[in-house]
Design a protein around this ligand. Structure first.
Ligand code: ATP
Ligand code: MG
Length: 187
């Protein structure tokens, strides 16, 4: 199954974000963007891709340990940004050192469980809100999000999320993302 580890903001933070994102749909060229589904909004910590079922018990064990050895941390949604001319995202602020450490531990856990992980790239916490179908100037969106500051919460869970890719381009009745397991941080 296709898996990634993530931090999932609480519902109230996601509602706040929804209120900030709604007005963006009215900007020019917004029709050319594929907006991500709100119930699935998340910060990816470690992307694993297709994982062999045989690796799952060890993966769960190691992710649980990674969570246990990590501290919970303060987090808030903060402003927007873009990757190139295709990906529009919301940033994070607060305990970013702790978040980066958790991302590294989740990556190491997956690698040690036998999941082939991509070479280490600088971790850049982001929550993707839209992808452009064609190259698009995303700066107006980022400008519109500049002042967005969410209410902080205590990030206290590491989630393992299953990603169900739509088959044949048709979104099925299955949820896009499903949390298959979640572990408390610390204690
Ligand atoms: P789609 O691929 O249909 O556009 P998606 O990217 O949201 O949807 P996945 O490809 O399963 O779904 O990715 C799940 C999460 O992992 C997303 O947040 C995505 O941005 C992130 N992700 C995907 N591929 C990578 C990668 N190679 N490196 C880091 N993060 C990734
Ligand atoms: Mg993808």
């Amino acid at each position: 199954m296709r898996l990634f580890a993530a931090v999932i903001p609480p519902d109230e933070a996601l509602r706040e974000l929804g209120r900030a994102v709604d007005p963006l749909h009215a900007l020019p060229e917004a029709d050319g963007l594929r907006w991500t589904e709100r119930p699935g909004w998340h910060f990816t910590l470690a992307f694993m891709g297709e994982v062999d079922d045989a690796l799952l018990p060890d993966l769960h064990e190691r992710l649980g340990r990674a969570a246990h050895h990590s501290e919970d941390f303060r987090l808030r949604l903060h402003g927007g940004g873009h990757f190139g001319r295709r990906v529009l995202w919301i940033g994070a602020a607060g305990g970013l050192d702790a978040m980066r450490m958790l991302a590294e531990r989740a990556n190491a856990a997956a690698r040690r469980a036998g999941v082939p992980m991509d070479e280490h790239r600088a971790y850049h916490p982001h929550l993707t809100i839209a992808r452009a179908r064609e190259d698009t100037d995303l700066r107006p969106y980022v400008d519109a999000l500049h002042a967005f500051e969410g209410t902080p919460w205590q990030a206290a869970e590491l989630a393992l999320v299953r990603s169900n890719l739509p088959r044949g381009g048709v979104t099925g009745e299955q949820p896009r993302y499903e949390t298959v397991c979640a572990w408390p941080l610390g204690d």
